[in-house]
Design a protein around this ligand. Structure first.
Ligand SMILES: NC(=O)c1ccc[n+]([C@@H]2O[C@H](COP(=O)([O-])OP(=O)(O)OC[C@H]3O[C@@H](n4cnc5c(N)ncnc54)[C@H](O)[C@@H]3O)[C@@H](O)[C@H]2O)c1
Ligand SMILES: [Zn+2]
Length: 403
């Protein structure tokens, strides 16, 4: 039987894609649909799935088939208030998916690791020019989330956010992407919030106070505080007490590495609360505390849990949550507290996070249980309402067959 070149090529592709361990090399472009489904914030409190023509893939671009994307606090703020005036906007920056088509100039990710069709990637909102730059520096240069996938103003591409079935990662933009094929899907969805804690712990380490045998308080057991516990545990810190009012969240903190917990709602007055924290450490105050609530009262309280000469990392106020009243004499000066603030992360921290997630998995931490709810893209508005209800931990929007 005579075969032409394209028939032979097709057979070779089929054989290769059936060999286990070898990623599919069959050009998925044939299966790429004509249209892209994009989860768009079309008005305040309304996420809709819109359909647009599939964008062209330029020589420096990547077309990615999205697997899933976490809903971030920033997405919820956009949903409720649109502080960056971006509506209509394709949201979603905590996403991951598989490269299905590549421009001919794309050879490596932003860290220099080779990429090919079939690889799993994430993007990062920090640019490449300086690995130690943070969003704090970027905000001085860029208003809002310029060049951040999931916070890009809508344009003729439309496939600009990860709450979509495909996203176009554009070489022309300054933002960065990474090949994370060696991480499972849930870990990949958790990279962005985990990077916040890698950065916070790096900031904490600059105080010189945090040690293997430190007694550490983590105040707040939302996703941020819980991931903080997991990062500390993965580093080898054993003596961690969590403080929150939600028993279920604090119980979960034990599975991520906490050795004790204190329910702040069960102690009247800050003195009694501080004593309960002391008791949980066997009669000692904390050497170090991570403040992971957005509550001004939480900020004021946390100083009372720390010993003289101890340290504090305040990371709970991503946005302005109001003023807190402290006593500078008792809380900072006479105690000689060393305090650091922490906001977002650097590119270096982002890459460190990939290894953290592998280590956390290796020591058996149930990281994937941080994702409490998965919704298919078609039910994205419900997913946002669930996130707003604050009844789960991380809420994710998934490809229809992965939800
Ligand atoms: N630094 C950063 O870059 C960064 C990044 C993301 C989020 N954040 C901030 O981190 C904070 C936590 O985020 P999250 O997603 O975990 O939020 P969350 O609301 O899910 O969790 C906060 C937790 O704090 C608890 N809490 C509230 N008041 C308290 C108090 N007085 N004492 C003890 N516990 C108290 C709540 O019960 C809740 O479990 C938010 O305020 C967010 O703005 C900061
Ligand atoms: Zn985010």
């Amino acid at each position: 039987m005579e075969m032409n070149a394209s028939q032979i090529e097709e057979i070779v592709k089929q054989v290769l894609s059936n060999v286990s361990g070898i990623p599919s090399v069959s050009s998925p472009s044939a299966e790429i649909p004509q249209t892209v489904k994009v989860g768009m914030l079309t008005e305040l409190g309304k996420m809709e799935v819109k359909e647009f023509p599939m964008p062209q893939v330029g020589d420096d671009d990547l077309l990615v088939r999205v697997e899933g994307c976490g809903i971030c606090g920033t997405d919820s703020h956009e949903y409720k208030r649109d502080p960056f005036s971006l509506i209509p906007v394709a949201l979603g920056h905590e996403g991951t998916g598989e490269i299905v088509k590549m421009g001919k100039n794309v050879k490596t990710d932003s860290a220099g690791k080779p990429v090919k069709v079939g690889d799993k990637i994430v993007t990062c909102m920090i640019f490449k020019d300086d690995p130690d730059i943070t969003m704090f520096d970027l905000n001085k240069k860029n208003v809002g989330g310029a060049d951040v996938y999931g916070l890009l103003p809508d344009d003729e591409v439309h496939a600009n956010g990860w709450f979509s079935d495909y996203i176009l990662v554009r070489g022309g933009l300054g933002s960065t992407f990474f090949n994370v094929s060696d991480l499972d899907l849930d870990s990949r969805i958790l990279i962005e919030p985990c990077a916040v804690l890698i950065h916070a712990v790096e900031r904490a380490k600059t105080t010189g106070i945090l040690r293997f045998n430190s007694r550490v308080v983590v105040q707040g057991c939302g996703p941020i505080g819980l991931i903080c516990v997991a990062v500390l545990k993965t580093m080898g810190i054993q003596n961690i007490v969590t403080v929150d009012g939600n028993e279920q969240r604090m119980e979960f903190s034990h599975r991520l590495g906490a050795s004790g917990h204190v329910n702040f709602t069960q102690h009247d007055g800050i003195e009694n609360l501080a004593n309960a924290v002391k008791e949980a450490f066997g009669g000692h105050l904390a050497d170090f505390a991570f403040q992971c609530t957005g509550s001004p009262a939480g900020h004021a309280n946390v100083y009372k849990f720390i010993r003289n000469g101890g340290g504090l990392c305040e990371l709970g106020f991503f946005i302005n949550g109001g003023d807190a009243t402290i006593n500078p004499h008792f809380d900072i000066c006479s105690k000689e507290i060393t305090e650091v603030g922490s906001w977002v992360y650097t590119l270096r921290d982002y890459v460190t996070t990939f290894d953290f997630l592998k280590s956390a998995k290796a020591i058996g931490l149930p990281m994937k249980e941080l994702i409490t709810d998965k919704y298919p893209l078609s039910r994205i508005d419900e997913a946002f309402k669930k996130a707003a209800s604050m009844t789960g931990l991380k809420i994710a929007v998934m490809r229809e067959d992965l939800a």
